[in-house]
Design a protein. Structure first.
Length: 92
């Protein structure tokens, strides 16, 4: 499957808003199964655009969590500790 640069940018943007692959396929007017196949191929530009979009949102969420945690939000502190524990567990 080949997507134009504009389509890749739109895919990344939609992924950053946490749209599902099925929803993205509808918006881009592409075959859902083909898009899902591309998203399984870690070497695909489509995979990378999708992951980049999701990771950008993940970054923004983590920034917010850490900001709130530093301001004393108990739920944010709990979530931040859970994220840190998960990260440390994966590093082993």
């Amino acid at each position: 499957m080949n997507l134009s640069n504009d389509q890749l940018a739109e895919l990344e943007s939609l992924a950053s808003y946490l749209f599902s692959p099925d929803e993205i396929a509808i918006v881009l007017d592409v075959d859902t199964d083909q898009l899902e196949d591309e998203l399984l191929d870690e070497t695909s530009t489509i995979y990378r655009a999708y992951q980049r979009g999701k990771l950008k949102s993940k970054l923004e969420l983590r920034k917010s969590i850490l900001t709130l945690a530093k301001q004393g939000s108990s739920p944010a502190q709990t979530l931040a500790m859970r994220i840190l524990d998960d990260l440390e567990a994966r590093e082993l």
